[in-house]
Structures are given as structure tokens and as C-alpha cells.
Design a protein around this ligand. Structure first.
Ligand code: HEM
Ligand code: HEM
Length: 219
């Protein structure tokens, strides 16, 4: 399969994950509203922003060197801007999780999920800053850029998988709460919906990463 095939599958699973997430949050859960008095509606901003904002746009930013039919400078500009928007929306998503915890009087940042999640967003911010200084402005000298590129690419791919791990553990965290508090049973439709959402998110990560590796290794 060429990298066109893997890119197409990446877009497909990304869009599928967004649709499944929206069906879950709007149809099975309480809906999505950052300013609501209902803490659960505030919370639902979190998974949506973390996947649609942070992971999906971050993945599309990684693919932009292959998908934007333009000069290298333009591809780089889109890569940088899409990552910036993804990190900003990720921060909005994190604020929603903190707001929900504070509204309900829950402790903050206690779970493995939240540790992986907060680590991923912080390191992505650092990767963005180092990327900006090295490749855009003031822009490092040629030999330095050549030395940084492999680290930038390997680090960016690792960050994508860390974000996917955060989403998977987040889904399981929420599933655990729903089983304990709302009596959600294993074979109910909502349980399958959560599982299929997790699979679509995982396959999005896999196909973005495969596209990067196939493009870079093709002769
Ligand atoms: C479908 C995706 C996701 C779901 C269903 C989800 C679910 C949850 C749940 C249930 C909590 C509250 C319990 C806890 O603190 O662990 C939470 C908190 C948190 N999540 Fe997620 N999450 C998702 C994606 C992400 C992603 C991708 C990140 C970061 C990259 C992230 C970062 C965090 C952080 C930092 C907290 C802690 C907030 C606090 O302690 O106040 N989440 N998430
Ligand atoms: C100001 C921000 C950024 C700039 C200026 C920048 C710049 C670049 C450049 C110039 C390349 C091309 C390397 C080459 O093909 O020779 C690249 C590739 C890449 N970047 Fe960034 N980057 C930024 C932020 C990020 C962030 C935040 C991530 C991930 C979290 C990331 C992940 C990647 C990945 C995975 C590739 C490989 C893409 C491929 O080869 O198809 N970048 N970046």
C-alpha cells in the first residue's frame, strides 16, 4: 500500500472517531456545554476537545507534509499552525476537566490517565517551542537543523502515541465511573460504542504513524 492508502485510512478513522464520540456525548450522555451548571455537560467538553482538537488536528498537522499540495514553506506553515491550534484546543479540554473536578469537589490529577495526559500536553508545548525556534524563527543553522530533525520527528511520533494512550485510558476511566455509578452493563450499546470509539482512535494513531514511516522510507 502506498502512503496515499495509509493517509486515507488515517482520515477515515479520525472522522469515524469524531462521529462516534459525538454520538456518545450527545445521544447517550448529557450533551456538551462549557458554561453549564450541570458538571457532566462541562466534563463532556473534555473528551471532545482532547480528541477532535488535540489528537485529530495534531495528527493532521503531522500529515500536512504529505497532504498539502504546495511548496515546502507552505506545508511547514500549515504544520506549525495546525499544531498550535491543536495545543490551544487541548488546553481548553484540560480546563474543562479541571472545571468539572472543581465543581464536583473531586481531587485533581490523581489518575494514571491524567498523568499521561498532562505530560503529553506539556511536552507537545515544548516540542512546538523547540520546533518554532529551530525551523521558523530565528531558525537554526543548517547543520543544527539537520541534527534536530530526526529527534523532532521521533519525538513527534512518540507524542502522538502518548496522546492516544491518554485517550484510551481516559475512555476506560469514564467507563469505570459509568459502571460503578450509572449501572452501565458490559453488553449494552453504550459499552460497545465506547469500545469502538477507542479502536477508531487507536487506528487513527496507527495510520498517521504508518504514513510518516512509509513516506520517509520510500525510495
Ligand atoms: C476520549 C478521550 C478522553 C476521555 C473519555 C477522558 C476522560 C477523563 C476523565 C473521566 C477524567 C476525570 C478523572 C481523572 O482525573 O482521571 C479525565 C481527567 C483528565 N484528563 Fe482525560 N479523557 C480523554 C482524553 C484525554 C486526553 C487525550 C488527555 C491529554 C492528552 C487528557 C487529560 C486529562 C487530564 C490532565 C485530566 C485531569 C484533570 C483533573 O485532575 O482535574 N484526557 N479525563
Ligand atoms: C513551531 C512548530 C513546529 C515546526 C516549525 C515544525 C517543523 C517541522 C519540519 C521542518 C519538519 C520536516 C522535517 C523533514 O521532513 O525534513 C517536521 C516534521 C515533523 N514534525 Fe514538526 N514542527 C513543529 C511542531 C511539531 C509538533 C508540536 C509535533 C508533534 C507533537 C511535530 C511532529 C512532527 C513529525 C511527526 C514530523 C514528521 C512528518 C513527516 O516526515 O511526514 N512537529 N516538523
Amino acid at each position: 500500500m502506498s502512503s496515499y492508502g495509509t493517509q486515507a485510512l488515517a482520515h477515515l478513522f479520525g472522522i469515524l472517531a469524531i462521529i462516534l464520540l459525538l454520538v456518545w456525548l450527545l445521544d447517550f450522555r448529557e450533551g456538551i456545554d462549557y458554561d453549564s451548571d450541570n458538571g457532566f455537560r462541562v466534563f463532556n467538553v473534555h473528551p471532545l476537545m482532547m480528541f477532535m482538537g488535540f489528537i485529530f488536528l495534531g495528527g493532521e498537522a503531522i500529515l500536512s507534509f504529505q497532504t498539502i499540495p504546495s511548496q515546502r514553506q507552505t506545508k511547514k506553515f500549515f504544520h506549525m499552525m495546525l499544531h498550535l491550534i491543536s495545543i490551544i484546543l487541548g488546553i481548553v479540554g484540560l480546563c474543562a476537566a479541571f472545571k468539572f473536578h472543581n465543581m464536583m469537589g473531586f481531587p485533581n490529577v490523581y489518575s494514571l490517565h491524567s498523568w499521561i495526559g498532562i505530560g503529553t500536553v506539556c511536552l507537545s508545548g515544548l516540542q512546538w517551542l523547540v520546533g518554532f525556534v529551530t525551523f521558523m524563527f530565528p531558525r537554526a543553522a543548517d547543520p543544527t537543523r539537520a541534527r534536530v530533525v530526526p529527534w523532532h520527528i521521533a519525538g513527534g511520533r512518540a507524542l502522538l502515541f502518548m496522546a492516544v494512550c491518554a485517550a484510551e485510558t481516559g475512555l476506560m476511566e469514564k467507563y469505570g465511573f459509568l459502571r460503578a455509578k450509572s449501572n452501565l452493563q458490559p453488553h449494552q450499546r453504550e459499552s460497545y460504542l465506547i469500545n469502538f470509539t477507542g479502536l477508531a482512535i487507536l487506528l487513527f494513531g496507527v495510520f498517521v504513524d504508518l504514513s510518516v514511516s512509509i513516506r520517509r522510507n520510500s525510495v
